[in-house]
Ligand binder design. Sequence first.
Ligand SMILES: Nc1ncnc2c1ncn2[C@@H]1O[C@H](COP(=O)(O)OP(=O)(O)O)[C@@H](O)[C@H]1O
Ligand SMILES: O=P(O)(O)OC[C@H](O)CO
Length: 593
Amino acid sequence: MNSEKIIPLVVFIAVVLFVKMSDVKHIWDKQKTNFRSTMPVREGPKRPLVGVIDDGTKTVRFVIYEAGRSEELVAYQMDKTEVQPHEGWSEQDPLEIIHHIKLCAENAIDQLVELGYTKDDIVALGITNQRETTIAWDKYTGEPLHAAIAWNDIRTDSTVDAILAKIPDRNKNYFKNICGLPISPYFSALKMRWLKDNVKAVRRASRDKRLLFGTVDTWIVWNMTGGPHGGLHITDVTNASRTLLMNLETLNWDPILCRLFGIHRDTLPTIRSSSEIYGTVKDGSIVDGIRISGILGNQQSALVGQNCLQAGQAKNTYRSGCFLLYNTGTRRVQSTHGLITTVAYKLGPDTPAVYALEGSIAVAGGAMKFLRDNLRLIKDVVQDTEHIAGQVFSTGDVYFVPAFSGLYAPYWRKDARGIICGLTAFTTKNHIIRAALEAVCFQTRDILEAMNKDCGMPLAKLHVDGRMTSNDLLMQLQADLIGIPVLRAQAWDMSTLGVAVVAGGAVGVWSADKWRTHATLNDTFLPTTTDDDRDARYTKWKMAVQRSLGWATTKKSFTMTDERYKLLASIPATLYIIGSFTMLVVSNMLKNR
Ligand SMILES: Nc1ncnc2c1ncn2[C@@H]1O[C@H](COP(=O)(O)OP(=O)(O)O)[C@@H](O)[C@H]1O
Ligand SMILES: O=P(O)(O)OC[C@H](O)CO
């Protein structure tokens, strides 16, 4: 072979090898998230272990901690299937959740065995979960009667209007002093009402007294403790406080609210504390026989995991949504600036509940997914957002309000829809991506402004966690746009740590004091902007928010959606021509009469 032929051949082989290597790296990167054995084999006496089930919006995880240590020992994670049958709807499969939990537990315990432990070293299980997502099932067969309706599903828009019609002045905050929440599609009672109004199987089960309702924690515990054969129908105060049905003072279902939404008390779980031995797993799975002793909604769990156990401490968790919780101690602070009052935790049946003010943001990391999957501006949410947005020094005055399903706190406007404004011929995708990152930071500032007004004392620093916080650019923008230091947690997943602490606490292997010494911080991001600069940009953000409001109406006009287009396109052309011709003839006949 002469060199003319050899050189292209070598180049070709090199290219093929390079492509294959990047494939391998991609697969390896994916595996790393699933098979994370973060710790080497331990020397010295073994500690008791605490297992955690974390059911998130997009993923299920099973994590195992050594009691008293804040680092994960092993973890296994699986993605979940999200179904969006219609615009604004978001459903999950309740059976998939149970299936994934079992598989994750098996895989995590396999890793545990490699480290020299056995499953009997696990002395307690904790559950942390996406909140508000609602499931209805049959108490005698255990069958779900419908898909789980996810927290960010907005199908209940008109249900909200129907409920508001029964309330003086249609005031969405009318019952806020009882349950801490405004009437919004976000919360579970609306989803329960929708299920009763729209799903025959749910109505039938309700009539036959077979219906059980629950948030995801309830569904998991019921299934794991025996299901139709004596499964416990319980929830914890933090999850119950997200339904719109719990009275924040009595910590029980409120009769007025249950009547307003038409939800029968017998279909609701018993409300328990966040840290006590509820029962033992009896499902024949690998964790059979282990005690379940902790339940916390995932945002409350991150508050505990971040060690924000004193009144006045706050954390912000950046996941698909973003949730800022401010511990108010045993005082229930009523927000007059659009925040909600929620239970932060109750560490035992006889200990008082601790409350928090919460600013909930529906879309944070979800906007990055939108840029990748819908607009295809990026390929990788983690690397591209940081890298591409970092290629420009500002958004070029572009603002992105990701109000895909309305705006939550502090606006609570279900009629808002997403906008990108300020586009010029100079705008590139880099500016739009950067604007999407800044949107997360501005929404956090919205919450902080409200929180400072409600609490009267501005927050001096912000503790942050969640997968998105690995983005350094986002963290710096956050510090720049709120003007206070941002303290990033040592590990991104504080939700699993929080419930591990309370589950371990209930069985006496984990005391808050011991855990505290291990909760260390990793990085601090300091503001680099002036007050004037950040205030000017914030004023522009508020203008953008104003433009996003009032876009969606409950009564939709007939618009040509993709679904309708496909339906019309499927009608044979001849039928269409005959139909049109007939209409023409009839209209002429009528005209000539
Ligand atoms: N480093 C990052 N930079 C920007 N966006 C990120 C980063 N990491 C994750 N995200 C986004 O955050 C979202 C939330 O991630 P994750 O915590 O896994 O979801 P969940 O809400 O199910 O817990 C993802 O959909 C992704 O779009
Ligand atoms: O699973 P996440 O992180 O999206 O959490 C969802 C919240 O709990 C909703 O309130």
